[in-house]
Design a protein around this ligand. Structure first.
Ligand SMILES: Cc1cc2nc3c(=O)[nH]c(=O)nc-3n(C[C@H](O)[C@H](O)[C@H](O)COP(=O)(O)OP(=O)(O)OC[C@H]3O[C@@H](n4cnc5c(N)ncnc54)[C@H](O)[C@@H]3O)c2cc1C
Length: 387
């Protein structure tokens, strides 16, 4: 077991850290406040190869792997949850999904443009009445000649208003339940695709989220993911095993960002004639935040290393890392708020924004309860998590 990052990963980590300091930190608060979608920053991240780590070179990636992806995601999330989302929209939920399940033609056509950010991606699973229970989705795709006709709607879709291409899940045969679901690569500029207003949210405001409507949208049969009907549920679950890693890395990143702010403040703020960092109760809070974040990081890195070693069925480890790191992010946010006192509650300091960003991780990519359910049902022998 080697706990050192390789020189290559350290180099991309350093690049991401500098990029964050120079390009994101100076404007993140204003962009969040104004709900400005940061397309220009996403373009630059694409140019720097941030979205291509777990993608082979022949499709425009760097093949640096899942650990590199995790480390870069963590750096960006340290200052921006909205930009962290791009790692699932451009990489894990789209490019990597097409890489794992797509046909050769689909891989060649779609992956390079997602990795470079020339195209923005989105993932369409959730619907108004299908959240944790993915199988209750209602969107239908009916084959007509050499096309599928897509009808239905999706809810809470990140990049709904800006995406060029979507990996959208629908039932091709609802009578077969899980085995009747299929994935489609949809051109989001097709006739019949429309979006609702941007959702108003607690945070992540520089990242648009909303509803998608499919009104008799014609999808060419060659855009059926993998060229085979009935594999949609398998694709969703396998995709979640990747997107959960990115979410977990994001949770570690936001925890790190909150610790950065809490440390700075504890050294600056004086009460009773000395910096508050000198008080043992403040130290205890900070120590807990640091240790829990480090434990979460190790769990997240373990999953990434397993995937780099070819173990893509590591559902249990991924779910545990996602559950733990996301819960830790909320506890760390709470600790940072306590250390900053009134200024933690003020939007003049980043803690107030990072606190709001941290909360989302307990919901996204499967709620905390769903992660716990998978862990416990595996432990009790009801359903094996790993494949
Ligand atoms: C900002 C944002 C961006 C998003 N982006 C996307 C996206 O790009 N694409 C996409 O497809 N989706 C997206 N989502 C949706 C997200 O994946 C869902 O919100 C999530 O899966 C949970 O579904 P839900 O919110 O409907 O909660 P529900 O399923 O309604 O759950 C509500 C509560 O009930 C609990 N619960 C439900 N079932 C069980 C159970 N069996 N046992 C115990 N507890 C249970 C849950 O844990 C939760 O606490 C996004 C959501 C948000 C907020």
């Amino acid at each position: 077991m080697d706990f050192e990052l390789s020189e290559e990963i350290k180099a991309i980590q350093e690049m991401a850290r500098k990029f964050t300091q120079n390009e994101i930190t100076p404007r993140v608060a204003e962009d969040e406040e104004n709900h400005t979608f940061q397309r220009d920053i996403i373009n630059k991240m694409g140019e720097l190869g941030f979205f291509g780590c777990p993608i082979p070179e022949e499709y425009g990636g760097s093949n640096l792997g899942f650990l590199a992806h995790t480390v870069v995601t963590e750096e960006i999330s340290r200052v921006s949850g909205s930009l962290r989302a791009a790692f699932n929209m451009q990489t894990m939920g789209t490019a990597r999904e097409v890489f794992q399940f797509g046909t050769d033609e689909q891989k060649k056509k779609y992956i390079p443009k997602l990795v470079s950010a020339e195209h923005l991606g989105c993932i369409g699973i959730t619907e108004a009445n299908a959240g944790s229970d993915v199988s209750s989705m209602k969107t239908r795709a009916v084959k007509k000649g050499n096309k599928y006709i897509l009808t239905g709607s999706k809810n809470w879709i990140t990049y709904a208003q800006v995406a060029d291409v979507g990996v959208i899940y629908a039932y091709t045969d609802p009578t077969k339940k899980y085995k009747g679901m299929s994935g489609f690569i949809v051109d989001m500029h097709s006739r019949g695709v429309s979006t609702g207003p941007t959702a108003t949210k607690m945070g992540w405001n520089a990242c648009p989220t909303g509803e998608l409507f499919f009104d008799d949208v014609e999808v060419p049969e060659e855009n059926l993911l993998g060229g085979e009907e009935g594999r949609g549920f398998e694709c969703v679950m396998s995709g979640l095993n990747n997107t959960r890693l990115t979410a977990a890395a994001g949770a570690v990143g936001v925890s790190h960002g909150l610790i950065d702010e809490a440390k700075k403040y504890a050294n600056e703020r004086e009460q009773f004639g000395r910096p508050i960092g000198k008080f043992q109760m403040v130290q205890e809070e900070l120590a807990r935040m640091i240790v829990e974040t480090e434990a979460a990081r190790l769990m997240v890195y373990k999953c990434a290393v397993q995937k780099d070693a070819g173990n893509h069925g590591n559902v249990l480890e991924t779910v545990m890392a996602k559950y733990y790191s996301c819960d830790v992010a909320s506890r760390v946010a709470d600790g940072a708020l306590r250390i900053l006192g009134a200024y933690g509650y003020s939007s003049e300091y980043p803690v107030e924004r990072l606190f709001r960003e941290a909360k989302l991780y307990q919901i996204l990519e499967g709620s905390a309860n769903i992660q716990k359910m998978i862990i416990a049902t595996d432990a009790l022998g009801y359903r094996k998590a790993n494949r």
